[in-house]
Design a protein around this ligand. Structure first.
Ligand SMILES: Cc1cc2nc3c(=O)[nH]c(=O)nc-3n(C[C@H](O)[C@H](O)[C@H](O)COP(=O)(O)OP(=O)(O)OC[C@H]3O[C@@H](n4cnc5c(N)ncnc54)[C@H](O)[C@@H]3O)c2cc1C
Length: 510
């Protein structure tokens, strides 16, 4: 990285707030941390837009935990390792599968209402799982979890939530993180939030692709600012694409949960053939990378940009009760799940790699912790097992926060001396043309199937944009987002070029 900060500032000249714990992000990872620390530490939680604009709120299918009578954490472990192409960190996987039950109990204690049948938790199947082990709340699991955590956290005495705060950069003094540089979008002022511990929980980056299931806030800011601060990153080349996003011109693409295939729906090509049967022993429920690649091949063969999801053979009562949100949404667009085959295509869904952490959420920078999608604990290896991400956010956020409570780093005193200068005068442009071009570039050249020609081309385009923006500074979140998207995309491409073999979600044909 050329520069750590996107803008000039002088810490002594801007408003400053001090907390013990600063949490950046209000999805499952950030809210869990806030809930655990909120009575113990002076805690501040910042979200870029409103709290409902997180991937957590969008999550449909559910959260994995081996709690079924015929299930075991060993089986969950094996499935996670297999889908991760055996590149997962065994210790991290052990932690997540063994702590899953306790983490779910914690969620239920807070009031999360998962679906039940005859009093027992109902478990669904998803791709790559050898057992039914996905807890769900209809097809709106994420919003149930987030609202439950948010409600519980709001009762915490020492917790302050600020929405509409755009974190521009992490502040470091020497090799220690002391907080963040923040833009208050309500007042249009830059301020500093200093803290003994900073927890990064900024979620994913799907918006660097023009076809994505991720909400518009997912521009990868957390990855980019951490890279600029010099933290260790890993596995950025591994990006998961989801096979079944609704084929309709919109951003984000509406996701049609994999649990529909778990309930028996099929993928069909334009002739109606169930092409997955000959591709993988789990057919339609093969791991996502396998399904996406098969879809790409079929679409190329048939000269089309979508295929179909067929749930017409499933009872209508089941479709309506189990997938009320999806059923209703598709109806609004003229499709009836019971009668119509639904056009679908793959879309960027999840960042598997990220900011390298240990099993307590510690990054390579003192005072900086990371959890949730922005973190790379090593659980997912080269590919993520479905419904393991909400679980990872929950389990590792709890571990990281409990560790912070036990070992709070030295407090900051608010008199820190930190000046950044040397950028060009401030501009108010928004760089929207670059955003659109970059998103297309990434989908075309750094998507499901990659080759060196496409990757080198993408790299040269990114370098051109970087050169054009060098040393310039902007005054608005839309422009900072584009700068973040460029920084992150550049790094993803370099990592994708360096990994010449195909493994997991990273597939090279040249
Ligand atoms: C449509 C969809 C369906 C999914 N379904 C499932 C599922 O069924 N099961 C499963 O396990 N996973 C699912 N996932 C993945 C999962 O939802 C996410 O990986 C997970 O919710 C990430 O949680 P998080 O707390 O890390 O981040 P998020 O929930 O994305 O929250 C990120 C937070 O960071 C804030 N933020 C970001 N940048 C900044 C900034 N610059 N300044 C200030 N704040 C910032 C945002 O405002 C937001 O509050 C799904 C994802 C999507 C998009």
């Amino acid at each position: 990285m050329d520069r750590q900060y996107l803008i000039d500032f002088d810490l002594k000249q801007i408003p400053t707030r001090i907390s013990d714990l600063l949490i950046i992000g209000g999805g499952i990872a950030g809210l869990t941390a806030a809930l655990i620390a909120g009575d113990e530490l002076e805690t501040t939680i910042l979200t870029k837009g409103k709290i409902k604009q997180s991937s957590t709120w969008f999550a449909q299918g559910g959260i994995a935990a081996a709690i079924g009578d015929d299930d075991s954490s060993e089986s969950h472990f094996e499935d996670t390792m297999e889908v991760g192409a055996n590149l997962s960190d065994r210790e991290a996987v052990k932690v997540i599968v063994e702590e899953a039950k306790e983490a779910i109990e914690f969620l239920i204690e807070q009031g999360a209402n998962f679906d039940r049948e005859n009093g027992k938790l109902r478990l669904a199947r998803e791709g790559g799982h050898s057992k039914a082990r996905v807890l769900h709340a209809g097809d709106g699991t994420g919003s149930v979890i987030a609202s439950t955590l948010g409600k519980a956290a709001s009762k915490k005495k020492r917790l302050t939530l600020h929405q509409d705060r755009f974190v521009i950069d992490l502040l470091t003094l020497g090799d220690k993180c002391v907080g963040a540089l923040v833009f208050d979008s309500e007042k249009s002022v830059v301020e500093a939030h200093l803290a003994a511990a900073t927890m990064l929980a900024t979620g994913g980056m799907g918006q660097i692709f023009d076809l994505t299931t991720n909400p518009i806030m997912a521009t990868g800011d957390g990855f980019a600012m951490t890279m600029r601060a010099g933290a260790r990153m890993e596995n950025l080349e591994f990006i998961q694409f989801h096979p079944t996003s609704f084929y309709f011109d919109q951003n984000p693409r509406f996701l049609i949960s994999e649990t529909i295939r778990g309930e028996g729906a099929y993928l069909r090509d334009k002739r109606g053939d169930r092409f997955m049967v000959s591709v993988h022993r789990l057919a339609d429920l093969a791991p996502r990378d396998v399904v996406c690649r098969a879809m790409v091949e079929v679409m190329k063969r048939d000269d089309t940009d979508h295929i179909f999801l067929d749930a017409t053979h499933i009872e209508v009562s089941k479709l309506r009760s189990r997938f009320p949100g999806i059923y209703k949404y598709l109806k609004e667009y003229g499709y009836d799940l019971k009668k119509d085959r639904i056009p679908i295509s793959p879309a960027a869904h999840y960042m598997i790699g990220g900011v390298k952490t240990d099993l307590l959420g510690r990054t390579s920078i003192e005072g900086l912790f990371a959890c949730g999608e922005v973190a790379s604990t090593g659980v997912h290896g080269a590919n993520r097992l479905a419904s393991n991400s909400l679980l990872e956010g929950l389990v590792f956020s709890r571990r990281a926060t409990l560790n912070i409570l036990d070992n709070l780093p030295a407090k900051v005193n608010g008199k820190e001396d930190l000046i950044e200068k040397g950028h060009s005068p401030v501009e108010s442009g928004q760089l929207e043309n670059i955003r659109a071009d970059l998103r297309k570039l990434m989908t075309s050249n750094v998507g499901i199937v990659r080759d060196s020609e496409g990757l080198f081309f993408a790299e040269s385009e990114i370098s051109r944009w970087k050169d054009g923006l060098y040393g310039r500074q902007f005054d608005n979140p839309a422009a900072w987002e584009v700068q973040n998207m460029i920084d992150l995309s550049g790094e993803i491409i370099l990592k994708a070029l360096a990994r010449t073999e195909s493994v997991g979600a990273h597939y090279r044909v040249g």
